[in-house]
Design a protein around this ligand. Structure first.
Ligand code: NAD
Ligand code: GLY
Length: 367
């Protein structure tokens, strides 16, 4: 097991990465304020891992409250969030009851937000079960639900006590979900580490074959980069926005197609191609570099062409991005490979030609 630390001005927490960690409840026990937890999970993850975690905790005298939610991005909303509060109140959960997120990014984001709100703040722990959640969403304290008009629009910055990333849980992850997680890993290489980008190009086959050493290295490097960036800018006043590479376009794809049609990682993959193409239009990347980005995203098994919403619809969806300031969309682009920057606004003709380019697939749009 390796342990990274995320250090913030008023807190600090460990990120454990390794094998067999779900059974090592001694990692969790010292972080509980009272011997009571609510385990928030969904109806896909519960049959796989809930009983194992529950038994281990109960063996150590911890009372567990299971909360099993419907699976899927389309349930990341107020109605499902309320199911968590209903269950907590029905079980007399207290302010010191720890909420444990056992699941992917959807469960992690909703559990964190529920913890931020329940009795004005209960402790929570992240046990991410998808690759995407292990490399990104479980670390850094962004919690949220979606609104029909915008992705992750309602939420809070609220840090967990601890992150436990058990690589063994990835064995049951569907292929498509693995690729979605790799999208966020590619993001780190593109935004800030050209050597890691090269490593990903050389090791993509191993990652997709779930080679344990390759996966562990990729999770570790991603968490190191995320911890470093969040440590400098917890509330996204500056540098943290770079972690949104591909996301302004990606969130528009998710909202535009309807949540749950494309996976978040798939939308980010195609979004990073658009970000690279926009960077080329700005004169920062050349054609070969855009082709390199595209090839890596395709090699990860991700879509490289985005849906055709038309420029007006694209702009409407991107207008709901959380990086918008005074009505101006702030894009994360690439000044070069391995170096992202924030670009406040892009000329409308540039965007219009981007949304008519071969990076758009005219056969894809909301049905
Ligand atoms: P997800 O949570 O929907 O999980 C993907 C699917 O895999 C689901 O069907 C889930 O039930 C299933 N699953 C989970 N673990 C499994 C396992 N071990 N074996 C088999 N199936 C398993 O999606 P995700 O990709 O993990 O997360 C996407 C969400 O994360 C989005 O809502 C996105 O907005 C959010 N996100 C948040 C942050 C952040 O910083 N908070 C960062 C990136 C993404
Ligand atoms: N996933 C983007 C962030 O955590 O800031």
């Amino acid at each position: 097991m390796i342990t990274l630390d995320l250090t913030l001005p008023d807190t600090r927490y460990p990120i454990h990465i390794g094998h067999g960690l779900l059974d090592q409840v001694e990692l969790i026990l010292p972080h509980l304020r009272i011997p009571q937890v609510a385990i928030i999970t969904n109806d896909v993850v519960a049959p796989l891992y809930l009983q194992r975690l529950t038994q281990q905790l109960e063996k150590h005298g911890v009372r567990t409250i299971p909360v099993v939610l419907p699976d899927g991005e389309e349930h990341k909303n107020w109605q499902t969030l309320n199911l968590i509060f209903d269950a907590l109140l029905a079980a007399n959960a207290e302010r010191k009851t720890t909420l444990i997120a056992l699941g992917g990014g959807v469960i992690g984001d909703m559990t964190g937000f529920a913890a931020a709100c329940y009795q004005r703040g209960a402790p929570f722990i992240q046990i991410p079960t998808t690759l995407l959640a292990q490399v990104d969403s479980s670390v850094g304290g962004k919690t949220a639900i979606n609104h029909p008009l915008g992705k992750n629009m309602i939420g809070a910055f609220y840090q967990p006590q601890l992150v436990v990333a058990d690589m063994d849980l990835l064995a049951t992850l569907p292929e498509r979900e693995l690729s979605a997680g790799i999208a966020e890993i590619i993001k780190y290489g593109l935004l800030g580490d050209i050597d890691f980008l090269g490593w990903l190009e050389a090791n993509m086959g191993k990652l997709r074959a779930r080679d344990p050493a390759a996966l562990q290295y990729a999770v570790r490097r991603s968490c190191e980069m995320k911890a470093e960036i969040v440590g400098q800018d917890e509330k996204e006043q500056g540098i943290r926005a770079l972690l949104n590479l591909g996301h302004t376009f990606g969130h528009a794809i998710e909202a535009g197609l309807g949540y749950g049609k494309w996976l978040h990682g798939e939308a980010v993959g195609a979004g990073m191609v658009l970000a690279a193409a926009a960077s080329q239009a700005m004169g920062w990347l050349d054609e070969q570099e855009v082709a390199r980005v595209q090839a890596l995203i395709a090699a990860a098994g991700l879509p490289i062409r985005s849906p055709d919403f038309g420029a007006a619809e694209w702009l409407r969806h991107m207008g709901h991005d959380k990086k918008v300031e005074s009505g101006v969309i702030r894009f994360v682009l690439l000044q070069k490979l391995g170096q992202a920057i924030i670009q406040p606004g892009l000329p409308v003709p540039l965007l219009e030609s981007l949304f008519r380019s071969p990076h758009i697939d005219p056969t894809l749009a909301r049905q």
